[in-house]
Design a protein around this ligand. Structure first.
Ligand code: NAP
Length: 465
């Protein structure tokens, strides 16, 4: 038998999840010119690009330009896209073992963390990630309802997702209409009554998780102005001491913007965005089953023995009226069928991308990259080096790859067809993409997304719906 990875016996890899981590897995593999690799890229949606399509905010089209590089990878003759195929449902681990030498899980962190406080299940309390998926036209979220008749909205957390949600709530119809925001979201936001948006950070300005371009943008909104209470904008002594010892340009820039906003005078724009610090929600208060307010505990900054900077309740409390609450405290990975999982971290159990069992032993043939490997942190670019680390291990492990019984290219398609799985391919994605772009062009918009799964599949088959 010729060596695996030779032209006569290509290395066959299944990649589960067609988001950034899936595409950086492909581009990193392509750097190994001496290896002949065949890569099958699976996604449970009929579309590729994961969070670049369903997570990156529609008014941040520049951040979506990475898809041009992804599209080039997808067009390589040794790469195939299987859309609308879900690992664990349509394909099991044993199926992959029968057709590939290895599998790389790049399926991301699809859900969110909760706050664990009373009232979280009230109507009007949502996860920010649901709202993001809804306004981005993810087919599984298109039917969600958000009560935008409320005037006051609280967003818990001060990361970049919280910034995205606040911006989308504060932008005007005209600003949103140019983007590829889902039609149903554009229509709902057109009638939005939201006037006040509160962003709630549990620690201080020096610990804000957003990045400088995102906080800068908040000060430049056409129809909303931003303020920060002066006393909450101050950097406390413990944080200052930490910063002096560990200078950080991004933190300094963040503090600069926050200080600027704390000095701004309200001019009376249509919407007011208030950025708060040192407050933790301890209860969501309801009225007739619907969110009415948040009970906030005020915090002071303390340092633990190991130097970690934590919020500590001062005992003072406050009621903040809000009819809609979004918790934006981070994404969360969920277990993947038949793959060791670290429930505490919400990641596949792994060491540098090699999947390991509880004893730390590598599990033959299983690898991971992206958020399901390292947790839901970091910008898109960070995933590139993360995927490279994994691929380096994959290549080193040559002696212990699986030995598939049916490595032929067509065997997987035949299996899916025999199971009645309606899958799509790259050509199908191109047809759907063209449909969305041409609908957008007709209406002077970036793109008009198809959000119904059946309609997406019909468009990918070239049928009009
Ligand atoms: P994140 O950056 O981890 O921010 C989570 C926020 O929630 C932090 O402010 C955190 O505060 C707070 N938090 C956590 N638990 C809390 C609790 N129990 N009570 C109150 N607050 C709590 O998460 P994310 O915003 O979901 O973003 C995920 C990743 O995607 C980040 O790396 C982000 O930069 C990236 N992203 C980037 C962009 C962009 O580039 N424009 C857009 C979206 C997302 P503590 O710090 O105190 O824990």
């Amino acid at each position: 038998m010729p060596d695996i990875g030779s032209t006569a016996n290509p290395l066959r890899v299944a990649i589960i999840g067609a988001g950034p981590a899936g595409f950086y897995t492909i581009s990193n593999f392509l750097k190994y010119k001496e290896l002949t690799v065949e890569m099958d890229l699976y996604d449970r949606l009929p579309t590729p690009y994961g969070l670049v399509r369903a997570g990156v905010a529609p008014d941040h089209q520049k951040d979506k330009s990475v898809t041009r590089a992804y599209a080039k990878s997808a067009e390589q003759p040794n790469v195939r896209f299987y859309g609308n195929v879900e690992y664990g449902k349509h394909l099991q681990l044993a199926d992959l073992q029968a057709h590939y030498h290895q599998v790389i899980f790049t399926n991301g962190a699809p859900t969110d963390r909760d706050l664990g406080i009373p009232g979280e299940d009230l109507q009007g309390s949502h996860s920010a990630t649901d709202f993001v998926a809804w306004y981005n036209g993810h087919p599984d979220f298109a039917d969600h309802q958000f009560d935008l008749s409320q005037e006051s909205v609280a967003i818990v957390g001060v990361g970049n997702v919280a910034m995205d949600v606040a911006r989308i709530l504060c932008k005007s119809y005209a600003e949103l209409a140019e983007t590829d925001i889902a039609d149903h979201a554009l229509a709902a936001l057109k009638n939005s009554q939201v006037k006040r948006v509160y962003l709630l950070g549990r620690r201080g300005p020096a610990q804000a998780a957003f990045t400088p371009p995102e906080i800068k943008e908040m000060g430049e909104l056409a129809e909303a102005e931003v303020i920060v209470p002066v006393e909450e904008a101050r950097v406390d002594a413990i944080s200052q001491q930490y910063l002096d010892a560990n200078p950080d340009k991004n933190v300094e820039k963040n503090i600069g913007f926050i200080t600027d906003y704390s000095r701004r005078v309200i001019t009376g724009k249509d919407k007011l965005l208030t950025l708060r610090f040192l407050v933790s929600p301890i209860e969501i208060i309801g009225e007739a089953g619907h969110v009415a307010a948040l009970k906030l505990a005020k915090n002071a900054i303390t340092a633990t023995a190991d130097g970690a900077i934590r919020p500590s309740a001062t005992g003072e409390e406050e009621i903040l009226e809000a009819g809609l609450v979004f918790r934006s405290v981070g994404y969360q990975g969920i277990p993947v069928s038949n793959v060791p999982f670290d429930a505490k971290k919400g990641t596949i159990r792994n060491i540098e991308g090699r999947v390991v069992d509880e004893s730390g032993e590598a599990v033959t043939g299983l690898y991971t990259a992206g958020w399901i490997k390292r947790g839901p942190v970091g910008l898109i670019g960070h995933t590139k080096s993360d995927a490279m680390e994994t691929i380096q291990h994959v290549v080193k492990d040559q002696a212990s790859w699986w030995s598939p019984e049916s490595p032929e290219e067509e065997a997987v398609s035949a299996l899916l067809e025999s199971r009645g799985v309606a899958f799509t391919d790259l050509g199908g994605w191109h047809r759907l993409d063209e449909k969305e772009l041409s609908r957008g062009a007709e209406r002077g918009r970036e793109r008009v997304k198809v959000v119904d799964r059946e309609e997406m599949m019909a468009a990918s088959r070239g049928e009009s719906h």
